[in-house]
Design a protein around this ligand. Structure first.
Ligand code: GDP
Length: 298
């Protein structure tokens, strides 16, 4: 999780993936179902070129099912990509990966059969940004612990094939990609879901943005979770948004001496509960409108 990416890392990561592409039939592009756009590598099309690709939306358990359905339609209609929602940690949806990969490679497989060859196992590579769930998925597909969680860009080790049943072989080291850091909105989406180091942005700023987003998109769930009577109607009202954060902090006992709310503690609580699905299943982006609200901190 704690990767600092530099241009050198990016070049090396890209080169490593391109080397591996020669060995494989299909790429599993792992995205975070809550932020399919922000968790995507900005150069992915250029890196993968025309290699058959299955988009897999992980952490489906934390994302809003309605919005995930919109994303699946978006990928099919605008990018002609098959997107599969899964939970790598429980294994929900994971069994669908092989049939989907076979469908993508149907031409190749049929050609092998026509030539009288027995189709060999499909060779696959998982790629994605740090913390998207690559190791968890590899371990689930392997049925045992393979990859160490926690990545180091640019570190190579001897790679091995992991058999997934008889029909697939998976490279044991995933391709690690970088997100689009430069865009502040993307940074906030990544930080809110816990994909990047918090030090890059201030905790209270991420929590502020999250609350603003929740007021705009999940108001009833927010009120319910923290027993709030009403929410501000003006998302640009800085004081009103801060008052919501304070009310949450007060309800959760995040108080400093003198009775003031500790905003940092309140922010930790808000982000923890947002990330582990305690508020509700939340998607932070929809196709077309990635992020609803602009954060304004004083
Ligand atoms: P990697 O850096 O891409 O290899 O990501 P990891 O596999 O280390 O996963 C990062 C974090 O996300 C870990 O805490 C996992 O337990 C968690 N995680 C992975 N998949 C899922 C999922 O489907 N649902 C939920 N809720 N958490 C997940």
């Amino acid at each position: 999780m704690n990767i600092q990416w530099f241009p050198g890392h990016m070049t090396r990561a890209r080169r490593q993936i391109q080397e591996k592409l020669k060995l494989i039939d299909v790429v599993i592009e792992l995205l975070d179902a809550r932020i399919p756009q922000s968790s995507r590598n900005p150069m992915i099309d250029e890196i993968l070129k025309d290699k058959p690709r299955l988009v897999v939306l992980n952490k489906n358990d934390l994302a809003d099912p309605k919005v995930t359905a919109e994303w699946i339609r978006y990928f099919a209609e605008t990018e002609n990509l098959d997107a599969l929602p899964i939970d790598a940690s429980t294994g929900f949806g994971v069994k669908e990966i092989i049939p989907r990969a076979k469908k993508l490679l149907a031409h190749k497989i049929e050609a092998q059969i026509r030539k009288g060859m027995r189709p060999r196992a499909i060779r696959a590579l998982i790629v994605g940004i740090p913390n998207v769930g690559k190791s968890t998925l590899i371990n689930h597909m392997a049925g045992r612990k393979i990859a160490a969680t926690g990545d180091k860009p640019g570190v190579t080790k001897a790679q091995q094939w992991i058999k997934v049943g008889t029909e697939m072989e998976l490279l044991d080291t995933p391709g690690i990609l970088w997100p689009k850091f430069e865009d502040q909105q993307v940074g906030l989406a990544l930080a809110a879901t816990g994909a990047i180091r918090e030090e890059i942005l201030h905790l209270d700023e991420i929590a502020y943005y999250s609350i603003q987003y929740l007021i705009a998109n999940y108001p009833e769930e927010l009120k319910e979770r923290y027993s709030l009577d009403k929410l501000p109607t003006d998302l640009e009202d800085n004081q009103a948004i801060l008052a919501v954060m304070e009310a949450i902090g007060r309800k959760r006992g995040a108080i400093v001496s003198g009775g003031r709310v500790d905003l940092d503690k309140a922010s930790v609580i808000i982000l923890r509960e947002l990330r582990n699905g305690k508020i509700t299943r939340i998607s932070l982006e929809t196709p077309g409108a990635q992020i609803a609200a602009e954060p304004i901190m004083e």
